[in-house]
Design a protein around this ligand. Structure first.
Ligand code: AMP
Ligand code: MN
Ligand code: MN
Ligand code: MN
Length: 282
């Protein structure tokens, strides 16, 4: 049986493990096809490749792009994450990643400035240390961790509820690339574009349906199945949409580390009858 975990994070973004330790852990968790998909960077891949080769684990090149999808009917921009798998020629993707990393570093500085004003504590150096000294790799996960470390909130969720979430005091509006451009960059690089965690964008079912149509139109081929801990009704709804729009599926844990107990490495949903794994194309 294939156990494909095709969406995970190392400390090249907001995961806790090094790429090599992550690959070792995936191998130990009986994962048979594995992808490292750090946020807006592929810098961890060489180390992951080396470790996968030494363990004989099937590794697929991956990335998770932060994009925004603007709904034609409402003109509202929604943040959507796209996983890219199996890229071969990196030139188109690298051009997009360079811009994304600039946006990430700039947004992190802007959020830190707000947090420093609100909390009257220096934030930047400590946040940068949490992101392994890479400003282009800072995510709100790191900023939430800083708030926890400072004792200002008790857990990351509270950091999002009080400071980092949309409309909260330290929120900085997103300015990521359009979803279609992210999908295009992955496809032009010879990869497959997968819509990540489709049910975690707080969309109405009408909006979700439109997102799937736009994603397919842009060149997207596969949808990530809802995580194992999501309700059966959510999975049933996604199964219907996947069949209706003839998408391939991907399976993933979105593992970040032991600190996010709800994402366990290698804990992936099973395919329903009639569904085809995107790995068949990789
Ligand atoms: P960013 O891409 O910088 O906006 O950061 C998003 C990251 O923050 C996600 O990939 C998660 O790892 C983390 N995150 C988002 N929401 C939450 C939450 N409610 N609790 C903990 N971590 C979260
Ligand atoms: Mn993350
Ligand atoms: Mn994501
Ligand atoms: Mn992720």
């Amino acid at each position: 049986m294939v156990r494909a975990d095709l969406h995970t994070h190392s400390y090249f973004s907001d995961g806790q493990l090094s790429p090599a330790d992550l690959v070792t852990a995936a191998h130990a968790a009986d994962v048979s096809i594995f992808a490292l998909t750090d946020h807006d960077t592929v810098d961890g891949l060489p180390e992951a490749r080396q470790q996968a080769a030494s363990l004989g684990l099937h590794l697929i090149d991956g990335v998770e792009l932060s994009t925004q999808w603007t709904r034609a009917t409402t003109k509202r921009a929604v943040s959507v994450h796209i996983v890219g798998l199996g890229m071969k020629d990196y030139a188109p993707l690298n051009a997009v990643l360079a811009v994304q990393q600039t946006i990430r570093a700039r947004r992190a500085a802007a959020i830190c400035e707000k947090l420093e004003k609100i909390t009257k504590r220096p934030a930047w150096d400590a946040v940068l240390a949490l992101a392994n000294g890479r400003p282009e790799g800072i995510t709100r996960g790191h900023l939430a961790q800083w708030l926890v470390n400072e004792g200002l909130v008790s857990k990351p969720q509270q950091a999002f509820d009080r400071y980092l979430g949309e409309g909260k005091s330290a929120h900085v509006p997103l300015e990521w690339l359009p979803m279609a451009d992210g999908v295009a960059a992955i496809v032009q690089s010879g990869g497959q574009a997968v819509l990540a965690h489709p049910t975690r964008n707080n969309l109405t079912s009408t909006a979700l349906r439109q997102l799937l149509i736009d994603f397919k139109q842009a060149g997207g081929r596969a949808i990530e199945l809802p995580a194992v801990n999501e309700p059966p009704a959510t999975r049933a709804m996604m199964n219907r949409l996947i069949a209706q729009h003839e998408f391939l599926v991907s399976t993933a844990s979105d593992f970040h580390g032991a600190h996010m107990v709800w994402h366990k490495l290698g804990h992936v949903p099973q395919l329903a009858a009639g569904q085809t794994g995107v790995w068949e194309l990789l």
